[in-house]
Design a protein around this ligand. Structure first.
Ligand code: NAD
Ligand code: ZN
Length: 342
């Protein structure tokens, strides 16, 4: 089969012919239809310090996918050939305290698809049946391909109550864009998006932002009067990984507010703890998706009218992977999809 492989330590990925993956008795073999490119894939392609420390080549990369089941292991009863599915990219241990209690998203031993085991940028991928999620027939295939990052957005957006609240989204990358639409769908009064890139601010407005500002030109607090906000944000979602954005969010919070932090800074961050203490803020780290409450929420919100399609801006064949990766790397894009059928 064709697969996009990190062949050796160092920059680059190669489209190679590799053996089809074998599946065990508890596994599901999926013919991949479409995949999404994530920041993680860009780190692995570029071979930055995180990738050099984490990745053991050779490795098939990629973890955002949709496809059709072709075979299932002999223990598998809930999944059948022909069904349209995605996969949860964290393969959990099943034996730790949290896994045993049903809190699998808190597993400290999880292995990442396309990070610690062969991934989905290939014609076929294998996952345990406990990692497979059914889609309904007729779901938009591009949307189905990005349930993984959509799940990050939903997990973050629902970390605090947003109904009737004023919400800040810092960073309008693909995940911030989707979180904007989710917060709106979930009943937020205002969603203010802070994002330096003009193309992404424009997309944020299409996703339902009340206003999208350039943080280099405007203070967050300068939006309050326009939006009839009294004290500050009730809920913030940090989706930029930028320390300045996190500090600005904390400074713009109302008393008692909640800050959900998804963005992963690449360096140490200093924060004004006095501000956090005296405003009695709750800061909460968000990782991955809840298995499978987040997946359930994603499905039912899409079925009840949530539209995340404006966040998908570029589509390529897997053969054009270089062009796809450069579209994802340069800022003037939302989510970039690679098609593995055409
Ligand atoms: P992305 O890099 O595409 O988006 C980040 C955006 O933040 C960019 O558009 C950038 O222009 C913007 N930005 C930069 N500086 C800013 C500032 N000062 N204020 C406001 N915005 C600023 O990333 P993404 O794929 O959308 O992911 C968002 C973040 O979440 C990244 O940090 C990523 O590493 C992280 N992430 C975390 C998890 C998790 O499980 N915790 C999962 C996926 C991604
Ligand atoms: Zn575990």
């Amino acid at each position: 089969m064709k697969a996009l492989v990190k062949v050796r330590a160092g920059p680059g990925l190669e489209l190679r012919d590799v053996p089809e993956p074998e599946h065990g008795i508890n596994d599901v073999l999926v013919r991949v239809h479409k995949t999404g490119i994530c920041g993680t894939d860009l780190h692995i392609e570029a071979w930055d310090a995180w990738a050099a420390k984490t990745i053991r080549p050779p490795l098939i990369v990629g973890h955002e996918f949709v496809g059709e089941i072709v075979e299932v292991g002999t223990n598998v009863t809930d999944f059948h050939p022909g069904e349209l599915v995605s996969g949860e990219g964290h393969v959990t241990c099943g034996r730790c305290r949290h896994c045993l209690a049903g809190r699998r998203h808190l597993c400290a031993n999880s292995i990442g698809l396309g990070v610690g085991r062969d991934g989905a940028f290939a014609e076929f991928v294998v996952l345990p049946m406990t990692n497979i999620w059914h889609h309904w027939p007729g779901i938009d295939a591009d949307v189905a391909a990005i349930f993984d990052p959509f799940g990050n957005a939903v997990h973050t957006a629902l970390a605090f109550q947003v109904m009737g609240e004023d919400v800040l989204v810092s960073g309008a990358g693909p995940i911030g864009l989707m979180a904007t639409a989710v917060a709106r769908h979930a009943g937020a009064r205002h969603v203010v998006v802070s994002e330096p890139n003009a193309y992404r601010r424009e997309l944020a407005m299409r996703m339902g932002a009340s206003i999208a500002i350039d943080p280099r030109e405007r203070e967050l607090s300068s939006t309050f009067a326009d939006l009839d906000m009294v004290e500050g944000f009730d809920v913030a979602m940090e989706m930029s990984g930028n320390p300045t954005a996190l500090r600005a969010a904390i400074a713009a919070m109302a008393h008692g507010g909640g800050v959900a932090i998804l963005g992963l800074p690449t360096a140490d961050v200093s924060l004004d703890i006095n501000d956090i203490v005296m405003k009695m803020l709750t800061l909460r780290g968000i990782y991955g998706r809840e298995m499978y409450e987040t997946w359930y929420k994603m499905t039912v919100m899409l079925k009840s009218g949530l539209d995340i399609t404006p966040a998908i801006t570029h589509r390529f064949s897997y053969r054009e992977h270089d062009a796809a990766f450069s579209a994802a790397r340069q800022g003037d894009s939302g989510k970039v999809i690679m098609d593995w059928i055409g």
